[in-house]
Each structure stands twice: as C-alpha cells, then as structure tokens.
Design a protein around this ligand. Sequence first.
Ligand code: MLT
Ligand code: MN
Ligand code: ZN
Length: 310
Amino acid sequence: MLIRVLGSAAGGGFPQWNCHCPNCSAVRAGKPGFTARTQSSLAVSANGRDWALLNASPDLRQQIAAAPTLSGAENGALRGSPIKAAVLTNGDVDHVAGLLNLREMERLTVYAARRVLDTLAANSLFNVLAPGIVDRAELPLRSSIALSGAGVDLGLTVEAFPVPGKVALYLEDAAAGPDFGTREGDTLALEVRDTSTGAKFFYIPGCASLNDDVRARISGASLVFFDGTLYDDDEMIRLGLMPKTGARMGHMSMSGPAGTVAAFEPLGVARKVFVHINNSNPVLNEQSAERRAVENAGWEIGYDGMELSL
Ligand code: MLT
Ligand code: MN
Ligand code: ZN
C-alpha cells in the first residue's frame, strides 16, 4: 500500500494568505528551515495505479499537479484520472472544498458521514460533481467498507470511527451550548486497510482528545497520521492571531501533560506522523526547540510529497 501526503498544513496552508506571523513571514521570505505546505489531504493506493483521496483540500489541483502518479493518463484515454474515490473525515472547508476541483465529468465515489453528505447536497455548488457521474456513499461508523469508484475495486477497506471533535465552523450553532451542536460522526478517524496484504494505518487529522476508544484502536499500530494543528493550546492567542484556543477549535495540542506527544507515549505506535499543522505551530521552524522536542519523542513532521509504503 502506498501513501502520499498531498498536503500537510491545516486550513489556510503555510503561508496563509493573510497571515504575517513569524512563521508565515519566514516561509514567504524563503528563510532556511521553513517549507511551504498545502492544505490537509492524503492519497492512498493498494496497487499504485488507482488512488483514493483522504480529504479533498482547496489546494487539490496543485497537489495533483505535483504528483505524477495522480495526473497520469489511463490506457491512453484523452480524459481520465487514477483518482477513483475521496473519503472525507469532516465537513471543514479545508477537507471538502477540493471536491470542486474534481468536477470535469469524471466518475468517482465520495465517501463521508451522513451529515457531511447532507451538507454537500444542500449546497448547490457541489452539484458540479454531477449526480449520476459522481456517486455519494455514506460511511458507516465502526464497520468497514470496501472502497470503489468508477467501477474499480480499490483493494482497500476503510473503517470510520468517531473521535472527539467539533462540527465544522460554518455549521456551529451558538445556541446549542458549549459543543455548538456537534454530533457523533462530525469528526471521523479512518482505519485504512490493504485487503490483500492486511497492512493498515490510521488517519486522524482532527481530534480533540484521546478517549479510551481511540487509544484502544490505535494502540500498537504500525502507522498513525495525527492532528498536529497546534503546539500549545493558546498559541494563536499568544501570537495575537485569533482569540481561540485549540480546544475551542476541536484540536488537541502537541505539548503539555495532556498533549498529543504525552498521550501517545504509552501506546506503542511504531510510526507517528503529524499532519494538519497550523501555520502558527513552532514545529514548522526546523531549528526550533519545539521541533527537536517532538522529533526526540519519536514523531515525524509530515510534509507535502512525503511518501510511505506499508
Ligand atoms: C479546523 O481544522 O479547525 C478547521 O479547518 C478550521 C477552519 O475551518 O478554518
Ligand atoms: Mn482543518
Ligand atoms: Zn501564520
């Protein structure tokens, strides 16, 4: 099974269009130790020919162009794509807006939770993925389904399971109390398995905390891609960028006694890769103490174009 990190940044990318924080300014200036990143997405393939996207970011067009394997012609046909499916983990703009790039009458299947499918259906802009050409399939929770699209069986199964998180920003209901009307299934983790080899990994780009269920599922895993949005829960406030904590946005942070690095310590995960990294995160500076700290704890900082095989 081949996995490619298409985009390793959180919503906004790195640099973010309107951000002049120290990190964004440094990467814009081409300062050594800073690498630009596009928004949150992976691609996976069992056979190296047919691919599923895991989330579809607004930068998808650029991500496809940067990955020859995703832009190749099929059997000499004038039109065609190796991308047969897109599996969405939530309804956030950084994970769904890229679907609009897949609109040129190409057959594929979009897999998502019911509420995300309903949200797409309620927005007529997404009808450019013409029903009848682009299939929609509901992801069942806690049971695995085989991925297919355009009549091709991808040789992959996905089990989606809910993780603590928050409903998409644009669906927040302030009147609904402290969880803003979040429902089960609004934030999903994916366990992706190669049907023929049995190899599997977890993709969890958004997660507010590690509950017992998540811990039990990922314990001993060979590979986990995990929410690397912030280093410190209050870093956006401290930098004067935004009045929100990571917790308020539905993300656990890397540092601290309840942070991701500490929470993973007892889990025995062989390979741990941070993705969905916000532009404010100090680990994006390769020379930083924070970068050294997470790498010393056995974490890898995902980067655009990173390829892994399992
Ligand atoms: C998030 O991951 O918190 C969201 O992508 C934020 C956003 O929608 O801008
Ligand atoms: Mn996001
Ligand atoms: Zn910034």
